[in-house]
Design a protein around this ligand. Structure first.
Ligand SMILES: *Cc1c(COP(=O)(O)O)cnc(C)c1O
Length: 216
């Protein structure tokens, strides 16, 4: 089942767009099934769950952390994540920078733009993102932007939100040419990824459409 769903998505996804399989709340067996079908990039959103799963799964998995990260949980996540996609506050970015400097590491991050209209959605404002790009912090490699569109059936709303984040990325690429690695645009989930691809997504984060519904 999982392998079939995965292959259906991969057959429709342009090869240049990375598929992040979002395995939060799903058991190790489900992740192994996707791994055995060839999937190597997985996303998790809860620090404890993430830290518990990583050592039990193959070492060549590329883990992305995509959830809200509190600064007292950095140690559970940063040693194992190839990319932190969900930097949603300046406070968090500063804490990651301090951790990176103290560990002698560089942490790859995406800046999460507050995109959807729901109050529950987190993220940085465009102004905050531009100011971060203008004064990069030590130990941080800014790799691009992440965003979540409003959860709605109205395609026009979703499209305009994806256009907004794509435009911000272009603005940053033009305005800050020294940020050479700022290339990623992580937009698109199970219900809206085709619209994200149209808008220029470089990575989609898909959970339900691969693993089925989550049990909370
Ligand atoms: C859960 C989650 C996803 C995947 O959502 P689906 O609708 O299950 O595809 C993508 N991005 C983030 C940040 C998430 O938390």
């Amino acid at each position: 089942m999982i392998a079939e769903r995965l292959n259906t998505i991969l057959s429709e996804l342009p090869q240049s767009v990375k598929l992040v399989a979002v395995s939060k709340f799903h058991p190790l067996s489900a992740i192994r099934e996707a791994y055995d079908a060839g999937q190597r990039v997985f996303g998790e959103s809860r620090p404890q769950e993430f830290a518990a799963k990583v050592p039990l799964l193959p070492a060549d998995i590329e883990w992305h952390f995509i959830g809200h990260l509190q600064t007292n949980k950095l140690k559970l996540v940063l040693p194992y994540a190839s990319l932190v996609e969900s930097v949603d506050s300046v406070h968090l970015l500063e804490a990651i920078s301090r951790w990176a400097v103290s560990e002698g590491r560089t942490v790859d991050v995406l800046l999460e733009l507050h995109l959807g209209s729901e109050k529950t959605k987190s993220g940085l404002s465009e102004e905050e993102i531009l100011s971060i790009c203008g004064a990069p912090l030590e130990g941080i490699c800014l790799r691009g932007l992440m965003g979540m569109a409003t959860n709605t059936d109205d395609k026009a709303v979703i499209r305009s939100e994806f256009e907004r984040i794509a435009a911000l990325k272009r603005l940053i690429n033009t305005g800050f040419p020294s940020l050479e690695s700022f290339s990623e645009l992580s937009i698109g989930m199970s219900d809206d990824w085709p619209l994200a691809v149209e808008a220029g997504s470089t990575a989609v984060r898909i959970g339900t459409a691969i693993f089925g519904p989550r049990e909370y």
